[in-house]
Design a protein. Structure first.
Lengths: 333, 115
């Protein structure tokens, strides 16, 4: 019986405190009755092994005690999908912000690679913090809040009328035309054909373009034009293809992912230059303004890289989305 | 078609789900006569419904907390035992559950015949 007492002592540890005596008495009676019934069948006392077999069949002490708990999950089935969605959103936002910070710190440092790697290493504990905090909040709602009223107050009281429309898989021709026009203009600008750059500048800035005449891009930019050129060429080719075949949405998404990644690479390669423009001729006014021009170009490039990175991510998601839509045409089913 | 081991575990999971509701009805029905844990388990076993004590006792506690059973400690064979019995609310609920079970069986028979 010593084994039985040790087993009951262990089960007691995990039982609700105010019910321990009552439950242990019941479990003890059940097990002792089993032992007595078996001894009566065998006509002798049980061996230690036989007693162990009966106790093992009853169950692990923690498992046995858990069966008497009223709530056996942290987050119930009603709240679970909202918990998972919240974890994903908060994680993505937190990691994105941290990545931006790490990237900027790397770019402005003298050892960008080292700073970037160190920054990435420090980022990962955030995953556990976010996971833990969001889970604790939802566990508290599950345990102490009335789930339905909490969901209603949070605005999660769904109405079929406000569900989003079914997206079309076709790319609007107007979008393809506009993109093609913009990227052809970018290509012409990159090619630096006579009068083209001046004309395009006049289209965007009007007479103000003349104020940029004393400035020219530093020669170090030239090799990196290749990335921009290839990216714009890809987009133009894709746009003309999609004009003819508007349902080639996945091709468009894949092309935009690659093109935007090329833009990001190009921007990151140019960023450390710092002296982005050179003066043509001598002008004291412009010479004094150069540091400010450098700063403006620097932050514009960062913003450009971030926008291109975000565009690449969105198009990657669009590319990975399953192309088959549910068939709502019941006549064909 | 599920393969051997996977198919067996799929069947076991579904079998557990099927048994879960039926065992509750069986326990309530059996407790129209007062019994304690061991005799209740033996009676269910005799009727072809085996249930281990680790599952039975928590079920009894839950049904009692829901007001479907009453219990009393009594000494028998020099040891205190907890005897359970169906309450008046339990009798009402049991009747409703049996009616529901009957309706489901009728529906299932019709489905089987059509299939």
């Amino acid at each position: 019986m010593e084994l039985l007492e040790r087993y009951l002592q262990e089960v007691r540890r995990y039982l609700p405190r105010d019910e321990q005596d009552d439950l242990i008495a019941e479990i003890s009676d059940g097990l002792q009755t089993q032992i007595e019934a078996r001894e009566s069948e065998l006509g002798r006392a049980l061996t230690s092994d036989e007693e162990v077999a009966i106790i093992k069949a009853y169950g692990h002490p923690r498992v046995v005690a858990a069966r008497y708990q009223t709530q056996r999950y942290l987050i119930g089935p009603e709240l679970f999908p909202f918990w998972w969605c919240t974890v994903k959103i908060v994680l993505i936002c937190t990691l994105a912000l941290e990545l931006v910070g790490v990237t900027i710190a790397a770019i402005v440092s003298t050892t960008p690679f080292t700073v970037f790697v160190q920054g990435l290493a420090v980022m990962w504990p955030s995953i556990f913090w976010v996971f833990g905090v969001v889970t604790i909040i939802f566990v508290a709602i599950e345990r102490y809040g009335h789930t339905q009223s909490v969901l209603s107050r949070a605005g999660i009281d769904w109405n079929p009328r406000v569900l989003p429309g079914v997206p079309s898989d076709e790319v609007p021709r107007s979008r393809s035309l506009w993109e093609a026009f913009v990227n052809v203009a970018a290509l012409l600008w990159l090619l630096d054909l006579p009068y083209v750059r001046q004309s395009l500048g006049f289209m965007v800035l009007g007479p103000g373009v003349n104020y940029l005449a004393p400035l020219a891009l530093a020669p170090a930019w030239r090799p990196f034009f290749v990335t921009f050129f290839i990216a714009s060429l890809m987009i133009v080719a894709m746009d003309f293809a999609v004009l003819v075949h508007p349902n080639w949405a996945r091709l468009r998404a894949a092309t935009l992912v690659l093109a935007n990644l090329l833009y990001v690479v190009g921007a990151c390669l140019i960023l450390p230059l710092r002296n982005y423009v050179v003066l043509i001729g001598h002008s004291a006014d412009y010479a004094n303004a150069l540091p400010f021009i450098y700063e403006a170009i620097f932050y514009t490039l960062i913003g450009f890289a971030l926008i291109c990175a975000g565009t690449a991510v969105l198009n990657a998601r669009a590319f990975l989305r399953k192309p088959d839509r549910p068939n709502f045409n019941m006549a064909e089913a | 078609m599920p393969n051997g081991t996977n198919g067996q575990s799929v069947f076991e999971n579904l079998r557990l789900e099927l048994r879960r509701g039926c065992l509750t009805v069986a326990v309530l029905a059996q407790l129209r006569q007062e019994q304690y844990g061991y005799t209740l388990r033996a009676a269910l076993n005799d009727q072809g419904l085996d249930i281990d004590e680790g599952t039975l006792y928590p079920l009894l506690r839950r049904l009692e907390s829901q007001g479907l059973l009453t219990s009393v400690w009594r000494e028998e064979n020099k040891r205190k035992k907890r005897f359970y019995h169906l309450s008046s609310q339990g009798e009402t609920i049991l009747k409703q559950l049996l009616d529901e079970l009957q309706r489901m069986n009728t529906s299932l028979e019709r489905i089987f015949q059509e299939a």
